[in-house]
Design a protein around this ligand. Sequence first.
Ligand code: MN
Length: 360
Amino acid sequence: MSNNMMSWLKDLKNNFSNDKQLTIVMGNEAADLDSMASAVTYAWYLYLNDESGNYFPLINIPRADFKLRTEAVYLFKEAGVNIDDLLFTEDIDLDKLKAGSNLKLILVDHNKLASSQTGLETVVVGILDHHADEESYPPAAVTDIRPVGSAATLVSELFLGDQRAAIQKTLGTLLLGTILLDTVNLDPDAGRVTDDDSKAAKEIIEISGLDSKKLFDKLQFEKFNVSSLGSYDLLRKDYKEWQLGSVKLGIGSVLLPIEDWVSKDPDIADECDKYLKERKLDVLLAMNAFTSPEFTRQLVVYIPDESLRTKTVAFLEGSDLGLEKLDVNSSADGCTFYNQKNLGISRKKLQPLLKEHFEG
Ligand SMILES: [Mn+2]
C-alpha cells in the first residue's frame, strides 16, 4: 500500500493497462482546475479506503491541452504532483475497457457525460458533483450532488471525515487551492461560496498550516499569466469558431497586450497563418483584453484573401468598435493591429455583428 499520493500516482501510471478491470474517476470535458484536482484527490481517497479497487484518475482532455490551464499547471506543481504521472484521454481507451466489461466510471464535477462519451452511461457507478442534477445516470449509482461552490469541497469533506491523516501538503494544496479559486477566496460578495465550502477550507487550513491568502493570490495571478505560452497556444487557449455564410471565422481571446505579444513572437503573422490554415479559416481575429492598470481591449485581424480583407476591415473600422490603428514595430506583415476604444464589445457581442455582415 502506498500512503504517499505522489508515489501512488507513479505506481498507477506504471501499472496501467487497457486490459484489466478499472474504476476510472474523471472530471468534465472542460477540465478546469476543479475537475482535474477533484478527480485525482477523489481517486486517492477511494484507494485509501479500498486498496484493491484499481481506482484511476483520468484528466479528461489531451495531454497537450494541460499547459493551457495555467492555474492548474501552477497548483499541481506547487503540490508536488508530476504531470507525467497523470493519465490523459489518449492514454485510456474507455470504449475498449467497456467492451471488455472492464470499466466502471465515477464522475466528478459533472453528472451527465459529454456528448462524445454518452455511450458510457451504463457503467457509471458513482457521482460527486455540485452542478444541477440532470438525472442522466443509472438509478443504482451512488451520488452526492449538492450545490456547493466547488466539487473539491465534497472531496475535502470525505477526507475530513475518515482520512484526516492524509491531509498533508500535496493533498491540502490541491483541495484548498481549488476551493479558494472556485469561491473567489471564500468571498461572500462573489456569490459562489457556501457554508460547506468555508467549513471544509478552514479545517484544511488548520490541519495543513497552508497560507490561504498567499495561495489564492498566486493562483489568481497564474490563471491570467500566459507568459509561458507561444502564439499558437495563446490563440487556442480560449477560442471559438463559426461558419457564417461562406466565411469561416475564428476568434481567439488573448489576455496579453499586442505590444508584448509581438515582442515575444516577431513571427506572429506566420503563426496566425499556420493557425488559420490548420483550421481552414477565412478570417482569424484575436481579441486582446487585459488590465494594465486600466482595462484595455485590442484587436488583431488576419485575413490572407485581399478582397475579403479589404471588405472586412472596412466593416470593422466603420463599426461601433472604436478602432484605432496601432503601429507595431515588427515584421508582422499581414496582421492588422488596433486599439479598441469601445470596451463594451466582447467576443459575445462582436460575433453577431459579423454574422449579420457575412450572412446579410
Ligand atoms: Mn466545478
